[in-house]
Every structure is written in C-alpha cells, then in structure tokens.
Write a protein that binds this ligand. Structure first.
Ligand code: TRP
Length: 341
C-alpha cells in the first residue's frame, strides 16, 4: 500500500505551547509513527511574515524554537520531512498562479481570515499578503500533493479554499495533477485547550499559556495560578466543574478517567480544595511534559545540528515541490523552453 502524503505546519511567531501540543503536535507524532504516512512538516515562516513583515527578527528567532519543539515532542527527521517554507521557491510561484483563480471577494469571505483581521485591528491597512495567505496555504498543500492535513478546527476554511482552487485549476487547465486534501481534525473535546485564565483560547498574546519549553517550576507556578470556580471560596463549599479550567485540563491530560470522575464528584459535593486538584493536575502534566522538556534541552545544546536538519528537509521539500511546479507549468502551458538546452 502506498503511503498517504501528510502535510501541516506552524507559523513561527513564538515557542509552541501545550495547546498546540494537544490540538495538533501529538496527533502528528502518532500518525508519523504508524508508518502509514509520508509526513511533511513545515515551519511556515512566509505565512508568519504576512502580518509580521516589519519584525522579521521575531520570525528568525522563533524558527529554531519551533524546530526544537518539533523534535522535543517526537517528530523525527528520519520519518518526517521537516522544512522551512521560505526556502522552497516553488511555493511562491504556485501561489502566483493560484492567485489568478481566486477572487478578492472570496478571500474576504474566508471566516478564519475575517476573524483574524478583526482581532489584529488591521482596519483599512490589511496587508495584501495576509488577505491572500489561504492561497499560499493551498500552494503548500498541493505542492506536495498532500491529501491528509492535520490541523485545528479553525483551519477548515483553508482546506475548503484549497479544494476549490484544486477543482478550479484542474478544470480550467484540463488536468488532474492537483489533489484535493482532507483535514484531519482533533477528536471532540481535544481540539482547543482554554488558557490558564479560563479564556477560550490559549495564546502567547493573552499571556495564558504553558510552553513546552517551560521548566518544572514555571509549570507549577502557572498551574497554581489557574482559573477554577470563583465562588469556591472555602474547601467545604460545593464547587463548579463547568468552566473550571483545572478539570478541563484533567479531562484532556489524565488517562485515569475514574479518578477524574471521583475528584469531580467530591469537588461538586464540597470538601475538595483548589490547591489539591491543582497539585494533582501538575503531577499529571509533569508526566507528559518532563520527557518532552528533557529531549528539548538535549537538542537545544546543538542548534547547528537543528539548522542542518532543517536544511536537509528543505532540500528534499524542494525536490518534491519542483516536480509539482513543472507539472503545473506544463498544464498552464508556460513551459516554453521545456526540452531546450
Ligand atoms: N495556517 C497554519 C496555522 O496558522 C499554518 C500553515 C501554513 C499550514 N501552511 C499550512 C497548516 C499548510 C496546514 C497546511 O497554524
């Protein structure tokens, strides 16, 4: 059986946190290790630049941090091609050709882009590259003919737009070279981890994240500061589970579901203090995070080797993407000099 091609990536705008881990990294590693896939994992620096063009230093700095996070969680360069988006020129060229098949109105309707635009307060000064990043994402996916794209739920509109581009391209140029991708989404309830403060989203800008690179002390401090039930003042008071971040995290991270249920029962009845459940959560998190942290520290001692790994991955990515680009040029008919010396 031939392997399915998998592609996904992350914008390097900072270190990755346990929300990324739960929402996506863990699944990738699992899929990588089944041996049923050929994974391409991309550090999406070009996409990160679409709204950080004036702060490239942030992207440069984050590139190696994201690569370290990848290696730390168990992405393995002998099984996955880990590469850097900007180092694969074919992606830019594919983006240009696809851009001609997409209307501005269609881009403006993309719900994820729409909410990002509102959130980033671009007002009237939306960078054209930002508005068009779903097209570049279509280039990322199709360049490798990926059919499986493990991403968070918020990326579904990108996949829909990619499928539209694929269909339009194949129809207009009478070909079938481009493949329609499917999203591979987290299981229900595992998709999005709330922030430490109870905010629906864990994010760097909200300052409510636990990073894969946080040391044990920092994790403990963050867990102790977590939002629980503001009306649960005394240990003997009955407490609420809904919206209680500690229990949300326990549901996600603790394998012993009976134990979690028992704690919930006791908490709701009264007689279980916040400090106790936080200590338990800290222990559960440490079990998962300690090995990741150790591996990260080891890889961080030799960042030269990390750059070498990214270079090797990018070379391989170029081979595959250039092949698709040649097919795309041929399909459009702009391969004027094919066969000439
Ligand atoms: N948009 C993705 C994110 O913000 C990153 C990304 C860029 C991506 N290109 C991709 C994901 C292609 C999947 C496929 O996390």
């Amino acid at each position: 059986m031939s392997k399915k091609i998998l592609l996904t990536g992350d914008r390097p705008t900072g270190k990755l946190h346990i929300g990324h881990y739960i929402g996506s990294l863990k699944t990738r590693v699992k899929l990588q290790n089944t041996g049923d896939y050929e994974p391409f994992i991309m550090v999406a620096d070009t996409q990160a630049l679409t709204d950080n063009a004036r702060d490239p230093e942030k992207i440069r700095r984050s590139l190696v941090q994201v690569a370290l996070d990848y290696l730390a969680v168990g992405l393995d360069p002998s099984k996955s091609t880990i590469f850097v988006q900007s180092q694969v020129p074919a992606l830019f060229e594919l983006t240009s050709y696809y851009m001609d098949l997409v209307t501005v109105a269609r881009l403006e309707r993309n719900p994820t882009v729409k909410s990002e635009i509102a959130q980033k307060h671009f007002d009237q000064s939306i960078p054209a590259g930002f508005l068009a990043y779903p097209v570049s994402q279509a280039a990322d996916i199709t360049a490798f003919k990926a059919t499986v794209v493990p991403v968070g739920d918020d990326q579904e509109p990108m996949l829909e737009q990619t499928r539209e581009i694929v269909r339009t391209f194949n129809r207009v140029y009478h070909t079938d070279i481009l493949k329609e991708p499917e999203g591979y989404f987290p299981q229900k309830g595992q998709g999005r981890l709330p922030g430490l403060d109870g905010n629906a989203k864990m994010s760097k800008s909200l300052g409510n994240a636990i990073y894969l690179s946080d040391d044990a002390k920092t994790v403990q401090k963050k867990v102790m500061s977590m939002y629980t039930d503001p009306d649960h003042v005394h240990v003997e008071d009955p407490g609420k589970i809904e919206g209680n971040t500690v229990f949300t995290y326990l549901d996600v991270f603790c394998q012993d579901k009976d134990k979690v249920q028992a704690l919930k029962d006791q908490y709701q009845k009264g007689g279980l203090g916040d400090v106790k459940i936080k200590r338990f959560l800290n222990q559960v998190l440490e079990e998962e995070l300690a090995p990741i942290r150790e591996r990260r520290e080891k890889f961080a001692q030799d960042t030269d080797a990390v750059y070498d790994m990214l270079l090797a991955g990018s070379k391989r990515a170029n081979e595959v993407a250039n092949q698709t680009l040649a097919e795309v040029r041929h399909a459009i008919g702009v391969d004027y000099f094919a066969g000439r010396k």
